[in-house]
Design a protein around this ligand. Structure first.
Ligand code: PLP
Length: 473
């Protein structure tokens, strides 16, 4: 038999652990076949270039784990654990939820591109320094952290100080009617959607959903097995006349419809609330773009949230994925205390509690006013990028209809009838430019603009123009 060479050491690994791992790996791979008689301790130590004691300890461990067996008078023998025959792996026993969740995933033009205009991109050059400083400060003090009641275990709703700061921010900046006990911190909006969908939807129930909509919301709601009732949108957002006769909940983006960027007018908001009240329907108000307003009209703000008009029915969803950074996975939902109690009760079964460090840094950022200042500073930068992208799109593609966006990080483009989104996206991709599309909308492109400064936006769109209109030879 051939004694294997020692595997490369792992960081911090002792010689003994390395010898044990090398021999175990050789048994599992079959390079030391079942029944192989290993050399005596001294010989094995010499071949591996380690001390005899190290080999004795390693063989002790491997005997305990069942990979070798010491037999009287015949030394140590390899015992290869019985393993199933290789062959086609049997299908995984997926649950209905997993099957639906996987089927609902959006197909994308995968890969990396010289220019990437797909929505959902981080905007790293705008991350506030106050945030990274708050994270570092909170991390340094993490050993001493206790919540307001003196408990060192995280609250399933998130730290009270963050919920207080967030409630104050939402009431001041979004006209919300929120108290700290109405807030639950989540892993982004997606975490909020998942928790609510699992708590309130199941097969046989109906969820009404704006159409087109945010794919993440559609996927979370449809994975529950509930029936999804599409509510069409026009240039003013969702059309209340198309709301269903009955629904357990409605998902909507009133401040900035995703993906069209339309704002729902006051009369339609009221119509939605009037529809929901007698039916007991919960309204999920996704306020994703509220801190990303760059249009100057209406005081440069998103309209006050619907939540304030009916706090017993509307659950406000928000996220710091875009206004800070996607890596935080920090978001929240703010809803009636009865809903919050249900979610606080179900959360210990999933992730127990939100990431406390992120939440505490957020408390500092909100409480000190640094977040509000960051949002204010970001707006003119977004406005400049929006303007540069719109201008270059008009110049290169005069037949494309570009909807000016008051908020958010992408532009919505309607193609003329003789062009198809799939064809444009495919040709752009072959030219090194990634564009976004909307499921089932052949006349629509989405183009993220906020992550690139104006010169790079102009260069990227010039490249797109070359990809779509190559010069004739
Ligand atoms: C409509 C909408 N809601 C919410 C989000 C944020 O989701 P999350 O907080 O899970 O990153 C996005 C981001 O792309 C979005 O487009």
């Amino acid at each position: 038999m051939t004694v294997p060479d020692l595997l490369p050491a792992l960081p911090g690994e002792t010689v003994g652990a390395r010898v044990t791992r090398t021999l175990r790996d050789a048994v599992l791979r079959g390079t030391l076949p079942d029944g192989t008689r290993l050399p005596g301790h001294r010989a094995l130590a010499a071949q591996l270039g380690v001390s005899r004691n190290t080999v004795v300890d390693a063989l002790d461990t491997l005997t305990w784990e069942g990979f070798v067996q010491a037999a009287p008078r015949s030394g140590t023998r390899v015992v290869r654990p019985a393993r199933p025959q290789p062959g086609a792996a049997p299908p995984l026993p997926l649950s209905d939820w997993a099957r639906r969740a996987l089927a609902g995933q959006v197909q994308d033009v995968a890969g990396t591109y010289a220019v990437d205009f797909r929505p959902g991109q981080p905007v790293p050059d705008l991350y506030p320094a106050a945030w990274t400083q708050a994270l570092a400060r909170r991390a340094a003090a993490v050993h001493h952290w206790r919540d307001a009641a003196g408990d060192a275990l995280p609250d399933p709703l998130g730290p009270l100080e963050t919920r207080r700061a967030l409630a104050a921010y939402l009431n001041a900046e979004r006209g919300a009617q929120v108290t700290p006990d109405m807030v639950m911190l989540t892993g982004g909006t997606q975490g909020a959607l998942d928790a609510l969908a699992r708590a309130f939807l199941e097969p046989g129930r109906t969820a009404a959903i704006e159409t087109p909509t945010y794919a993440g919301a559609h996927a979370a709601l449809s994975a529950t097995g509930a029936t999804l009732h599409p509510v069409p949108v026009d240039d003013h957002g969702l059309i209340p006349a198309h709301l269903p006769a009955q629904a357990t909940l409605l998902y909507a983006t009133p401040a900035c419809q995703y993906p069209t960027t339309a704002t729902l007018p006051a009369a339609r908001r009221q119509a939605v609330l009037d529809w929901a009240a007698p039916r007991g329907t919960l309204i999920l108000e996704d306020d994703y773009a509220a801190d990303l307003v760059h249009g100057t009209g209406q005081g440069g703000r998103a309209p006050a949230v619907m939540q304030a008009l009916d706090p017993a029915r509307v659950i406000l969803l928000g996220s710091f994925s875009k206004s800070l950074a996607p890596v935080t996975r920090s978001g929240f939902l703010a809803g009636p205390p009865a809903v919050i109690q249900v979610l606080a009760g179900t959360r210990p079964l999933t992730d127990r509690a939100p990431g406390t460090l992120d939440a505490l840094a957020l408390a500092d950022l909100l409480g000190s006013g640094a977040y509000a200042r960051h949002v204010r500073r970001t707006r003119p930068v977004l406005a400049e990028r929006h303007e540069a992208a719109t201008h270059a799109l008009h110049a290169h593609f005069p037949d494309w209809q570009v909807t000016p966006a008051r908020a958010g990080l992408h532009l919505h483009v309607t193609l003329p009838p003789d062009q198809s989104a799939a064809d444009v996206i495919g040709r752009a991709a072959r030219g090194g430019v990634a564009l976004g599309g909307v499921d089932g909308q052949e006349d629509t492109l989405l183009l993220a603009f906020a992550h690139l400064p104006p010169p790079r936006l102009r260069q990227g769109l010039a490249r797109l123009a070359r990809a779509l209109h190559p010069p004739h030879p």
